[in-house]
Design a protein around this ligand. Sequence first.
Ligand SMILES: [Zn+2]
Length: 154
Amino acid sequence: MLYCTKCQTVCEDSTRTCPNCKRSRGLRPVKDNDEVFFMKVSEGEATEISALFESLAIRHRTEQVKAGFSTSVFDSEFVPTDRNIYVEYRDLPRANETLAQEKEDPAPAEEDDMPKGKRMVIQTVSILAFMVIVMLVVFASDFLATLLRELFMK
Ligand SMILES: [Zn+2]
């Protein structure tokens, strides 16, 4: 694999110019400790991913996206708080795997921890409670209407 020192991406050995920035002068064989542009994320995601990589000892670095300079053609839109994540080449496969797993199996929402039966009971109870309230309102207004009618009939 080749490494483009201009935009910090890797590409196939067969290419003469970097497919990302279209330059040829920055290309050289990639080294294990080269920082490869990994992805651009929002500030919050950067913190999360950084912590995740930290826990797995994936060598990485995050950097504020510079205004007027986009490292990639993947995405030219950015907000100033966005961060670029760079991962060392030797840890890149692990970084990719980690993120792929994260996407496949996102942290379950709290609601999903509840057993299905229990959730159904709660739903049924809340539906019944709602019906009781509706009936009470109907009876109460009916009672009031009767009361008023009796008052005026007299
Ligand atoms: Zn490039």
